[in-house]
Design a protein around this ligand. Structure first.
Ligand code: PEP
Length: 248
């Protein structure tokens, strides 16, 4: 079945009003493939601003994190309702930087995913192994464990996009080869089929993330289980448009 190509841009802790305006305007003016969804994820203070600048219906805005409670005494957190109120439709959850720097475990990521979905946000769910885990040959064990936590809580995966992001490839310039990414993506899809049924597995988009850029994105073009990209560094640059157009 045809899954709509999906490209997310994770700005991480980067950007100013000026630079975000330039990125959004570049996309507003670019010619983009019709069958493609783009989600720009600026830092939370700029969600409302970025959402207000977007002029293409296929482009939307997402947050980089969201708390798993509706409101209350949680200083420094951002709620799903506030994110939606700022015009965002998506949230990245389980990014490796959240897992490692901020100590989010599988259960926390699953709680956040369940809560965000229940409140109407789409979730870009990041999973992936570290270099040590890759060397130890436990990549599949790790991604299956990360998925299991979410599968235990989430039955409807309609609004979940999985991003396979090997940690060793994030921000290193060392992307996985298209062949290696395809192999892992196919295994992830197989696992989703085993746990949630083949219909969910066939419909769920699985993105690749980790040093994707304007030059290497098109080399993933014929990999049937790579449904798009989650892009960090290159999402801040003009080459982001090339990644969005890499299926042409
Ligand atoms: C990311 O942060 O999700 C990411 C994939 O980063 P980069 O593209 O810079 O490796």
């Amino acid at each position: 079945m045809a899954r709509t190509f999906f490209v997310g841009g994770n700005f991480k802790l980067n950007g100013t009003k000026q630079s975000i305006k330039e990125i959004v305007e570049r996309l507003n003016q670019a010619s983009l493939p019709k069958d493609c969804e783009v989600v720009l994820c600026p830092p939370a203070p700029y969600l409302d601003y970025a959402a207000g600048l977007v002029s293409k219906s296929q482009v939307s805005v997402g947050a980089q994190n969201a708390y798993q409670k509706a409101a209350g005494a949680f200083t420094g957190e951002n709620s799903v309702d506030q994110i939606k109120d700022c015009g965002a439709k998506w949230v990245i959850l389980g990014h490796s930087e959240r897992r490692t720097i901020f100590g989010e475990d599988d259960k926390t990521v699953a709680d956040k995913t369940k809560f965000a979905l229940d409140q109407g946000l789409g979730v870009i769910l990041c999973i992936g192994e570290t270099l040590e885990e890759k060397k130890a040959g436990v990549t599949l064990k790790v991604v299956e464990r990360q998925l299991d936590a979410v599968i235990a809580q989430v039955k409807d995966w309609t609004n979940v996009v999985v991003a396979y992001e090997p940690v060793w490839a994030i921000g290193t310039g060392l992307a996985a080869t298209p062949e290696d990414a395809q192999e892992i993506h196919a295994s992830i899809r197989e696992y989703l089929a085993k746990k949630l049924g083949s219909d969910v597995a066939e419909k769920t988009r699985i993105l690749y993330g980790g040093s994707a850029n304007g030059s290497n994105a098109s080399t993933f073009k014929d990999k049937k289980d790579v449904d798009g990209f989650l892009v960090g560094g290159a999402s801040l640059k003009p080459e982001f448009v090339d990644i969005v157009n890499s299926r042409n």
